[in-house]
Design a protein around this ligand. Structure first.
Ligand code: DGL
Length: 262
């Protein structure tokens, strides 16, 4: 068996994780990425609906030979990754808001987390806050409107600029010194967040940590490296134009972009 990694997100957001993984992983691997854009956003879906989508996408990625699946979505990780691990006999790596590094980095002990409604209300997130940030005052906010705006692929739109500015205004008013981007989509506009955040406020994502985790799980698998790296990207929506635009924004060299019905 040759090394194959499956990755999925509700849409384009996980491409930011895919590019961190591609930069970190030394072996030539075949990547299969699913943007479940027809069913995005995941942020306010019921657990049943999230599990149903995640299950279907997982089965598709396994049919492509994936031996490791990266749930490149904070919402799906915090809500359903434990069910996926119980149902499927392969390795999963998830992503959740980087609260631990944020708490360690914060000097004022006032941190912010922007994420989806489902992530913020999840038991896993609350537990992470209790375990790693009990010495911090934490301000959370749902990134209302951001996923939908980023899915359009129009990263320079006035609408997106104003949305980010308004979300950041809330955090600036709380005088935080670290902000966690708790949704993979938001990394596409990290520069906009930086533009509006107060001086001395750092932005934290878990992208590099997830990529290192993927590398270490890969090392435990018996499969062999390939001679070349290849990347296949699938979307459940017919709008491949915005997907291609965001692939280019991440500088990803992709072999094929296809629409799939899952
Ligand atoms: N990108 C996803 C996350 O990290 C999901 C966003 C959504 O679909 O609401 O949570």
């Amino acid at each position: 068996m040759a090394k194959t990694i499956g990755i999925f997100d509700s849409g384009v957001g996980g491409l930011t994780i895919l590019s961190s993984i591609v930069n970190e992983v030394s072996d030539s691997v075949e990547y299969h990425y699913v943007a479940d854009s027809l069913y995005a956003p995941y942020g306010a879906k019921s657990i049943e609906a999230l599990l149903e989508r995640s299950r279907r996408v997982t089965e598709f990625l396994i049919s492509k030979g994936s031996e490791l699946i990266v749930v490149a979505c904070n919402t799906a990780t915090t809500q359903v990754i434990s069910s996926l691990r119980a149902e499927f006999d392969i390795s999963f790596v998830g992503i959740e808001p980087a609260v631990k590094p944020a708490a360690q980095l914060s000097e004022s002990k006032r941190i912010g987390v922007i994420a989806t409604a489902n992530t913020l209300k999840s038991g896993l997130f609350k537990q992470t806050l209790e375990t790693y940030a009990s010495d911090c005052e934490t301000f959370t906010r749902i990134g209302e409107g951001l996923v939908e705006a980023i899915e359009t692929g129009e990263l320079s739109s006035v609408e997106l600029n104003d949305l980010v500015r308004d979300h950041v205004r809330y955090f600036n008013s709380k005088e935080i010194d670290v902000l966690v981007l708790g949704c993979t989509h938001y990394s596409f506009v990290s520069q906009l967040f930086e533009k509006y955040l107060g001086h001395g406020t750092s932005l934290v994502t878990p992208n590099e940590a997830v990529a290192r985790r993927v590398q270490s799980v890969l090392e435990t698998l018996d499969s062999e490296a390939r001679s070349v790296r290849s990347i296949y990207v699938y979307s459940t929506s017919g709008n491949l134009w915005s997907l291609k635009k965001l692939i280019a924004a991440e500088n990803l060299q992709v072999d094929q972009v296809l629409q799939v019905q899952i």
